[in-house]
Ligand binder design. Structure first.
Ligand code: PEP
Ligand code: MN
Length: 337
């Protein structure tokens, strides 16, 4: 349930609402918007909403009918904007993240980052712990990889994102990583979601391989319920009967999520298609559909990549794409820096 306060409600009136909610067994969470304050009532308790409508300073009371409450569009008046290293995701901003699938060595990452910095990339991606289908495939450099990622990014004035696979890695990630990525395979790792809900760094939550929008938003709700509202949803393709592409990139998730939620939604066309030559058109399509960002795999020499080379762009391809989407974005009222 949401208790929407009048624009001129006093701090005392807001506190009174919060205390009344708590006396009924809810957890009250106050969120101050630009115009008005909303008190979120967390908990599944049946109450008569008129009791709240009558409290002074209250403008409206809305019972949220979806199971996700904090992630629901109705729970806040404006889109959530997540800002990382001067790059914004959400509302009218389309942010960009690029880098290799995996961190392979200092040299590999530094060469890639150097090229990307020339295309204005401010957030570098790179996996140190790789969730590979085969246990015999390259599993990532682990702790050492995160140290390389941090050091290379610092050299180029970039922020970093990397995938966390287990709650036990949280201290390590807090030390080296600016944005935590939760991979498709871990979208419903509720223990991990609860743990990242307790921190204050942004989290990229990828859509599970066969997750519905509702399941995906419920996973976001786990993070938000812990107090971390900086969630960026990432569409990365779903499993369908089609096997020509690695996954089926569901771009309809952009308008659907925008209707259901205020959270930013970005697109990963690399895992979404698995094929380098499909990454550029699908990136253009995602921007045209109004996505809030892209995360793209780029390697300075994709033929030699230890992971996902076939879906990694050459830096020159990324540069060309960057120039194209910068022009597309304003047509749909968005801005790419
Ligand atoms: C990745 O980003 O490298 C990755 C493994 O993505 P996903 O979890 O979407 O498969
Ligand atoms: Mn990859």
């Amino acid at each position: 349930m949401l208790v929407i306060m009048n624009p001129n409600a006093t701090e005392q009136e807001i506190m009174r609402v919060a205390m009344f909610l708590e006396s009924k067994g809810f957890e009250a969470r106050i969120s101050h918007g630009e115009v008005r304050t909303v008190v979120h009532a967390i908990g599944n308790i049946d109450v008569d909403k008129r009791d709240f409508e009558l409290l002074s300073g209250v403008a409206d009371v809305i019972k949220v009918s979806t199971d996700y409450k904090l992630a629901a569009r109705v729970s806040q008046g404006q889109d959530t904007i997540v800002e990382i290293n001067g790059i914004k995701f959400g509302d009218k901003y389309t942010g960009l993240i690029a880098g290799p699938c995996a961190i392979e060595s200092y040299d590999q990452l530094d060469k890639t980052a150097q090229e990307l910095s020339e295309s204005n990339v401010k957030i570098l991606r790179g996996g140190a712990f790789k969730p590979r289908t085969s246990p015999y495939a390259f599993q990532g450099l682990g702790d050492e990889g995160l140290k390389i990622l941090r050091s290379v990014a610092d050299n180029h004035g970039m922020a970093v994102t990397s995938e966390i696979m287990d709650a036990s890695q949280l201290d390590l990630f807090m030390k080296y990583v600016d944005v935590l990525q939760i991979g498709a395979r871990n979208m419903q790792n509720y223990n991990l979601l609860k743990e990242v809900g307790k921190i204050h760094k942004p989290v990229i939550l990828k859509r599970g391989l066969a997750a519905t929008f509702e399941e995906w938003l419920m996973s976001a709700e786990y993070i938000m319920a812990g107090g971390n509202g900086k969630v960026i949803l990432c569409e990365r393709g779903i499993r369908t009967f089609e096997s020509y592409t690695r996954n089926t990139l569901d771009l309809s998730s952009i308008p659907v999520i925008k209707k259901l939620s205020h959270l930013p939604i970005i697109v990963d066309p690399s895992h979404g298609t698995g094929l380098r030559d499909k990454v550029e058109p699908m990136s253009r399509a995602a921007v045209a559909a109004g996505c809030d960002g892209l995360i793209i795999e780029v390697h300075y020499n994709p033929e030699c990549a230890l992971c996902d080379g076939a879906q990694s762009l050459y830096p020159w391809q990324y540069d060309l794409l960057y120039k194209q989407i910068k022009q597309i974005a304003p047509i749909v009222g968005k801005e790419i820096v």
